[in-house]
Design a protein around this ligand. Structure first.
Ligand SMILES: Nc1ncnc2c1ncn2[C@@H]1O[C@H](COP(=O)(O)OP(=O)(O)OP(=O)(O)O)[C@@H](O)[C@H]1O
Ligand SMILES: [Mg+2]
Length: 370
């Protein structure tokens, strides 16, 4: 069979997810002939300079179009390297892959102004991998009146829904988002607020570390109730879904305005961990009534201190990782973007208007043919 024929008949897809944590890119090779089967995965961390350049692009500054374009190309080169490593590890040829679903790196998320910006050049990625690329998944939903986020609930529904029990999937990325999966009735989902973003930023600022491994620093501190109350008073937490947010809103300046500088580093870390936990917990209680089981995924699911705090806010609910449902928590989001790419190539709508607030479901993503 020729290479091009093989690609046409295979249902192998690669998902590339680089989220708000700005830690790097997760790459997953997935067989999508039936229930998604993960064949292999790699993580490629961002070099320090790239992370710095991307962080700087979150704010208005001089010559930003030029710098954004260069950062996008640099990202695509890193994505291409991750794809090559993944294919080598799995012993799969590039021509056997139907498409790469590439989320890109969000640097601005402004649905109220009608736009969201994910950097990463799909043209460069298609050229260097010789694999078709699907990118820009969010814009169409925003143009249809939605938030453009979160997009993973449709995937969560496809793989994690149970007709016997009411489940909630919580992704603890930089921002935390949940998907409500009642056994019967509509799927909903939204961003609950900060996931790891403030935890990473605080320990980075105070100790120069990328993240608080296993929540070691937070577990040594005591949450400061008055600071926590001030932070939890942010109207975002009370707003009814559909809603989405990003680093534009939840960042260290936001926390500092509540007075974090006055306290001991470990106590602030514990407070920020408690903030993530309580905002997730209260979102489940308020907006997912009747939920019986919560499943965690994303990098925050590795943070045992954070997981314990979340479980404490939900004493009536069983809190586990998506590993219990057969998908490793590190790769759920990357697999979701492989799945979204398949939906695009099949011409199937992938947005859920109840989740994003769009007028109608839409086919998401732009295709850059190999
Ligand atoms: N062992 C660990 N202990 C504590 N935190 C961890 C650990 N491993 C990963 N993390 C956290 O997970 C983060 C990365 O998570 P992840 O890649 O899911 O987020 P993301 O890139 O923002 O993704 P997305 O936006 O798709 O949810 C790291 O920045 C760190 O905060
Ligand atoms: Mg990540």
């Amino acid at each position: 069979m020729s290479g091009s024929k093989r690609a046409r008949h295979s249902e192998l897809y690669i998902g590339l997810m680089s989220g708000t944590s700005l830690d790097g890119v997760d790459a997953a090779l997935v067989d999508l002939r039936s229930r998604p089967l993960l064949l292999g995965a790699v993580f490629a961390p961002y070099p320090k300079e790239l992370k710095g350049a991307l962080l700087a692009l979150h704010h208005t500054s001089s010559d930003e179009l030029h710098r954004a374009s260069l950062a996008g190309i640099q990202l695509s080169k890193l994505y291409a390297t991750a794809v090559e490593r993944l294919l080598r590890r799995c012993k799969v040829a590039a021509r056997a892959v139907r498409a790469i679903g590439c989320h890109g790196q969000t640097v601005r998320h402004q649905p109220a102004s009608g736009y969201t910006v994910q950097l990463g050049s799909p043209a460069w990625l298609a050229e260097s991998t010789r694999i078709s690329v699907v990118a820009d998944f969010r814009s169409r939903d925003i143009a249809a009146g939605g938030q453009g986020a979160p997009l993973v609930p449709a995937f969560h529904a496809a793989v994690f829904h149970s007709s016997r029990t009411h489940r909630v999937i919580v992704n603890l990325g930089g921002i935390a988002n949940l998907t409500d999966l009642p056994s019967r009735g509509p799927v909903t989902g939204f961003d609950t607020g900060p996931g790891n973003v403030l935890l990473d930023a605080w320990i980075g600022r105070r100790f120069g570390r990328d993240f608080d491994r296993n929540g070691a620093l937070a577990s040594r501190g005591r949450p400061l109730e008055s600071l926590l109350r001030t932070l939890l008073a942010d109207p975002y937490f009370r707003r009814a879904p559909p809603k989405s947010t990003g680093r534009d809103h939840f960042n260290l300046d936001w926390a500092r305005r509540a007075g974090t500088a006055r306290y001991k580093a470990a106590d602030v870390q514990a407070t920020l961990a408690e903030l993530t936990a309580r905002s997730v917990g209260s979102a489940v209680i308020k907006f997912c009534q009747g939920a019986r089981e919560v499943y965690l995924c994303g990098g925050g699911a590795r943070n045992q201190d954070l997981v314990r705090r979340i479980a404490r806010t939900l004493p009536e609910i069983a809190v586990n990782s998506t590993a219990q449902l057969g998908i490793h928590p590190d790769w759920v989001e990357a697999i979701a973007f492989a799945w979204l790419a398949q939906r695009r190539l099949k011409g199937q709508a992938a947005s859920l208007p109840r989740v994003t607030g769009a007028e109608k479901p839409r086919v998401l993503g732009a295709v850059y043919a190999a």
